[in-house]
Design a protein around this ligand. Structure first.
Ligand code: NAP
Length: 270
């Protein structure tokens, strides 16, 4: 087989390889976050796992596979607290030497839907987006300072793009919170704004929007109803985000910025 005309073309393994890169994942011990940490480690990255509890993050970091010279770390980070964000980002840089990828995945949840949510609860929930922004800007400034490229990934949701079906929740649990829809719609759109402003800095910004990936505590009766709304007729499993995440984190997506990659089993397609 001749390679002569494509000698500078990266191969697929090279495009998805994260060896020598450092990725920081917020909420890295959660239902989806832990699969994301494994994905990045399996692709060769050093991973800085964060949790509001440092010991939890350290325990997860110890379970991650290590490729070559990769090393994993666990640190405390609370994205609702701007002081904690700066201190945690600096700690990540001190431990790992640099940060190339940030996955804004952590999420302070809210139970109250439109019928009961208070003004304070609504405003606090939107603060999740403030945290995503501040951490992303810390990465952007760090990348500019070291003259390196970087990739920011923000976790959106299919509920940042479509409303929910009232009948999926009725008489089982609260509806999906209105503040969550406002939050995730805002995150999808903030992605576009930051991507445009930071493109000249070689900082790509993309949104990864999961569809239904219910955790172990989700009410079974609600999940039964959600199944009827999914073209694939099944819920997502956390490992199904591993490929899309590594795509956005790596050079495989080097010409992709400002996009919302929806991984939802077709939910938003019909
Ligand atoms: N599961 C789904 O079906 C689904 C669908 C669409 C979108 N998403 C999005 O995917 C992301 C992960 O969801 P998940 O289902 O894996 O939820 P999860 O298991 O509850 O994980 C979220 C994690 O966020 C962390 N967290 C909470 N408050 C935080 C704060 N103030 N600062 C930083 N981290 C904080 C928590 O970790 P610690 O307690 O360790 O700090 C928690 O483990 C979220 O952004 C969510 O909106 C999920």
């Amino acid at each position: 087989m001749s390679h002569s005309s494509n000698s500078h073309e990266p191969t697929i393994p090279q495009l998805f390889d994260l060896s020598g890169r450092v990725a920081l994942v917020t909420g890295g011990c959660g239902h989806l976050g832990s699969a994301m940490c494994r994905a990045l480690a399996e692709a060769g990255a050093s991973v800085v796992v964060t949790s509001r509890e440092a010991s939890k993050a350290q325990a997860l970091a110890e379970t991650l596979p290590r490729t070559g010279s990769a090393r994993h770390f666990g640190i405390a980070l609370d994205h609702m607290n701007p002081d904690s964000l700066s201190a945690s980002f600096q700690e990540a840089v001190s431990l790992a030497g640099a940060v190339d990828v940030v996955v804004n995945n952590g999420h302070e949840g809210l139970g109250a839907d439109w019928s009961t949510v208070t003004a304070e609860e609504f405003s606090r929930h939107l603060g999740n987006a403030t945290g995503y922004f501040l951490l992303s800007r810390l990465l952007r400034d760090h990348a500019v300072e070291r003259g390196a490229a970087a990739s920011v990934i923000l976790l959106g949701s299919m509920y940042g793009v479509v409303g929910s079906y009232p009948d999926a929740y009725e008489e089982i649990c609260s509806a999906s919170p209105v503040a969550y829809h406002a939050l995730k719609g805002g995150i999808v759109h903030m992605t576009r704004h930051l991507a445009v402003y930071w493109a000249k800095d070689r900082v790509r910004v993309n949104c990864l929007s999961p569809g239904p990936f219910p955790g172990p505590k989700a009410p079974a009766a609600m999940v039964e109803r959600l199944l009827t709304k999914s073209p694939l007729r099944r819920m997502g499993t956390p490992s199904e985000l591993k490929g899309p995440l590594v795509f956005l984190a790596s050079d495989a997506s080097s010409y992709v910025t400002g996009q919302n990659l929806i991984v939802d089993g077709g939910w938003t397609a019909w």
